[in-house]
Design a protein around this ligand. Structure first.
Ligand code: PCA
Length: 215
């Protein structure tokens, strides 16, 4: 099943009605990119339920590439995440009312993992396509980071599969709820993730110019 690509989004959270990541995963479900079928699914935004859902999807789909998506309401661009940390520090309660503080995602696991997607090649590909994007070095400490970390932990045993996480900016309908972000239309978000899949299929994790920062 290595020709399958799993794209996950999240249900809305924090009192929101919308989550672009869920809509993007929905729209990509069933699409084919270079002969590879995308399976788009939605994860619950709850610490207790998200990982079992992710694990059963990976077991069922047995994908060669996993791209997990989530909303980052304060972002002005598509953020390709590079690092997942083994830390949960929830600023708000999840959809089940849980708000764990200073707990590991997986006790005894390393402090962090890097995405195994070609992060910089995806960044370059999106920029060439005129899509606002950035490489990010923190996926936060909420459910998205938890899923990203658990995904990379799981893929250690499966090195031929690539995985990573992309945070999406708010939708235009969202603008009032997320004044810190810069909205991006759903069609552009879908195009961005489809392009990320295409790049991940064709490009190795190779060196590119710096996308780092000093502080
Ligand atoms: N964003 C949250 C969790 C679900 C989502 O879409 C986050 O960034 O952790």
């Amino acid at each position: 099943m290595k020709d399958r690509i799993l794209v996950t989004g999240f249900e809305p959270f924090g009192g929101d009605r919308l989550n672009p990541s869920r809509e993007v995963a929905r729209q990509l479900d069933g699409r084919r990119v270079a002969g590879h079928a995308i399976v788009g699914r939605c994860l619950p935004c709850a610490f207790g339920a998200a990982l079992p859902a992710l694990q059963s999807l990976i077991g069922e789909v047995r994908p060669g590439i996993v791209i997990a998506l989530g909303l980052a309401g304060s972002r002005a661009a598509v953020a390709i995440e590079r690092v997942a940390v083994n830390l949960i520090d929830a600023r708000i309660a999840d959809n089940a009312g849980a708000q764990p503080i200073d707990e590991p995602v997986i006790a005894g696991a390393p402090a962090a993992y890097f995405a195994s997607l070609p992060v910089k090649a995806i960044h370059a590909g999106l920029r060439e396509a005129g899509i606002a994007c950035e490489v990010s070095h923190s996926a936060g400490t909420f459910v998205c980071n938890q899923v990203f970390f658990a995904l990379m932990h799981r893929l250690r045993a499966w090195p031929e599969a690539k995985g990573g996480f992309i945070h999406l900016p708010p939708l235009p309908e969202h603008a009032a709820l997320h004044p810190g972000g810069r909205p991006m239309a759903l069609e552009e978000q879908v195009r961005a993730v489809e392009l990320a899949v295409a790049v991940a299929l064709t490009r190795p994790v190779a060196a590119h110019g710096s996308t780092g920062s000093i502080d």
